[in-house]
Design a protein around this ligand. Structure first.
Ligand code: SDX
Length: 364
């Protein structure tokens, strides 16, 4: 019997959180093109409640999230110990996520507190790795302003906050992608939230999934440094049977709707931050990939340049992606828990049969 590779095209469950039907991305029915103008907190509320908050709800939700961004002293001590480990930042995030909840938290923490802690923990990991002092949450700033403030050590201007908020919203959810489905499988066993998130972080790390953005930037750095024609680079990689990271998608065959918006943000940010050359390379590469192979950029392609323009090191790009996607992961974990049904598919056995084990005399 033929089985679809990687469950391609197989509908395994229903969800009310997001949809890519018709290659259009919507969160609870709202087109992503419209939502990238909303606030991150509005979109998180939407993903978690399948409706937008009214004014009072948004005010209370934002205040609650910001208040929960303060990490307890024991968590800070843990981060000071873990963050300097000579490991990949996503391995550090996996460890952090699994330890973010003390025994009591693991049983009692709810999504707002978990998301808030993840944001602050990731900002803290970045600061510790850069030997920078940790920044305390500012109750007068919103969630995205605080996240950027705690990473950069200075309060972001309105334009940067708006841009980064759009990037976070665009990456917040994407129906049953590999890391989200991983989180749902773990949630279906009624494991705690932190265990579900640890599994999702592990899945996102892979280069075919969230790990692609780091490799995208390595690629454009190499093209720039070696002064290679992007076309020659592509042909060389393909000859070595290597994928061109940041292109192609399981669902989007005529372009990732997020990539179009992200290219606009990159096109605005790159010239302002002295990264025009990288933008030129990316646009030339994208043009060639489309003409030669009909392959479009995906969400990881331009986020790589945007993160670089924000002064982030490529080794932490996937960790930033995980920050944004934690909102979606938590929405799916809650939805799966409400389903109250273990995910356990069948398989067709095609291995050897009728084998018998005979003990050898020598072993008598
Ligand atoms: C994300 O699922 C999601 O929604 C994920 C995500 C999310 O928001 O959660 O959108 C985030 O993970 C984006 C993808 C990031 N990964 C990459 O950029 C890695 C490079 N991309 C490819 O590995 C590939 O596109 C996949 C794995 C992402 C999807 O592969 P599929 O499902 O086979 O579909 P496709 O149309 O993209 O590829 C069909 C064929 C490939 O066949 P295989 O080798 O996979 O059997 O087209 C060729 C290739 O022959 N191809 C490529 C290519 N992408 C497709 N060849 C070279 N380089 C590429 N980038």
């Amino acid at each position: 019997m033929d089985y679809p590779r990687g469950l391609a095209g197989v509908v395994v469950d229903q969800t009310k959180i997001s949809s890519t039907a018709g290659a259009h991305l919507t969160y609870a029915g709202y087109p992503i093109e419209e939502l990238s103008e909303a606030s991150f907190e509005e979109v998180v509320f939407l993903l978690w409640n399948t409706r937008l908050p009214n004014e009072q709800e948004l005010y209370d939700f934002r205040a609650d999230l910001v208040s929960k961004m303060v990490l307890p002293a024991e968590t800070i001590r843990l981060l000071l110990y873990i963050a300097k480990e000579p490991q990949h930042p996503m391995s550090i995030l996996r460890t952090t996520t699994s330890l973010l909840g003390t025994t009591n938290d693991v049983e009692h923490d709810e999504p707002p507190k978990i998301l808030a802690k993840m944001l602050t923990a990731i900002a803290a990991i970045l600061r510790i790795r850069d030997n920078e002092p940790l920044i305390a949450v500012d109750p007068n700033l919103n969630v995205v302003e605080n996240f950027l403030y705690m990473i950069k050590g200075k309060r972001p201007d309105r334009k940067l906050t708006k841009m980064f908020s759009s990037v976070m919203i665009l990456q917040a959810d994407h129906e049953f992608n590999a890391s989200t489905f991983t989180a749902r499988v773990v949630a279906s066993t009624f494991a705690d939230y932190y265990s579900c998130l640890t599994a999702a972080v592990s899945a996102l790390k892979g280069p075919l999934h969230g790990g692609a953005n780091e490799r995208v930037f390595e690629m454009i750095e190499e093209i720039e440094k070696e002064q290679i024609d992007p076309k020659d680079f592509v042909e060389l990689q393909l000859k070595k049977k290597r994928k061109i990271m940041g292109f192609g998608h399981r669902i989007y065959k005529n372009g990732d709707p997020r990539a179009f918006i992200l290219e606009e943000i990159a096109a605005e940010l790159a010239p302002e931050t002295g990264n025009k050359q990288y933008l030129k390379i990316q646009q030339a590469l994208a043009k060639y990939m489309l003409e030669r192979f009909g392959l479009h950029p995906n969400v990881d392609y331009y986020t790589a340049l945007i993160y670089h323009c924000l002064g982030l090191d490529k080794s932490v790009f996937t960790m930033i992606f995980a920050t944004c996607r934690t909102a979606g992961w938590l929405a799916h974990i809650m939805e799966q828990r409400r389903e109250n049904c273990l995910i356990r598919p069948n398989s067709e056995y095609v291995g050897p049969t009728n084998q018998h084990y005979l003990r050898k005399e020598s072993e008598e």
